[in-house]
Write a protein that binds this ligand. Structure first.
Ligand SMILES: Nc1nc2c(ncn2[C@@H]2O[C@H](COP(=O)(O)OP(=O)(O)O)[C@@H](O)[C@H]2O)c(=O)[nH]1
Ligand SMILES: [Mg+2]
Length: 197
């Protein structure tokens, strides 16, 4: 699996306006500021196609990125955990997230991003419970691995896995800044797309 091309398609502000673009969709979910947009830029080899921000909680949109001229779509979901205005931690996700997860006809997998340094939050756990409930396949990816030593990352693996009721081997590790972990992500994408081919 190689990503040769990426094109921004559209932003959707209301989950009622979700369209069917005729290709499989992989959604990118996680807290505000966990590194979703940076992850997309890293995986598609583009420095800035997805807008990154050091101000959490800004994106209230679904952003669609078409990969390899119709092979699949990355859908960048709104982050959760921050209120738009006050900057306080919010205890529910945006309606857009559930609207998308249940409304998309082409969703094949959710990449749930968690910060390697932190134990998953209540909202991360809710996401996992929700995906189990609706039988939505997902992949947990720990981000910002450059922030910890290799040994510390391996320790976090167990903490993250047990908080989300998963086996250790189900957590993937990336750093968009140090550009590590891409091969694992690409082979995961390849496997996911093969299932639905
Ligand atoms: N050290 C480090 N920082 C990162 C990494 N990925 C993202 N960031 C930083 O985390 C912040 C939020 O990133 P962004 O991609 O906008 O997160 P999003 O809100 O989930 O889309 C930005 O300041 C990024 O530079 C990473 O792999 N390593
Ligand atoms: Mg973002």
């Amino acid at each position: 699996m190689e990503i040769k091309q990426c094109r921004f398609v559209t932003s959707v502000a209301n989950s009622k306006n979700i369209a069917d673009y005729g290709m499989p969709e992989i959604a990118i979910a996680g807290k505000s500021n966990v590194g979703k947009s940076s992850f997309i830029n890293f995986i598609v080899n583009n420095k800035s196609i997805a807008k990154t921000s050091s101000t959490p909680g800004k994106t209230r949109l679904l952003n669609y990125f078409e990969i390899n001229k119709g092979q699949f779509m990355f859908v960048d979901l709104p982050g959760y955990g921050y209120a738009k205005v006050s900057g306080e931690v919010k205890d529910s996700w945006d309606d857009m997230i559930g609207g998308y997860l249940l409304g998309s006809k082409r969703l094949v997998n959710v990449f749930l991003l968690v910060d390697v340094r932190h134990e998953p939050t209540a909202l991360d756990k809710q996401m996992v419970a929700y995906m189990h409930h609706y039988q939505i396949p997902f992949t947990v990816i720990a981000t910002k691995c450059d922030k910890l030593s290799r040994q510390a990352c391996m320790k976090q693996r167990g903490i993250i896995a047990s908080a989300l009721c998963l086996g250790d081997e189900n957590i993937m590790f990336v750093s968009s800044h140090a550009k590590t972990g891409k091969e694992d992500v690409l082979s995961r994408i390849e496997n996911i797309l093969n299932i639905y081919a």
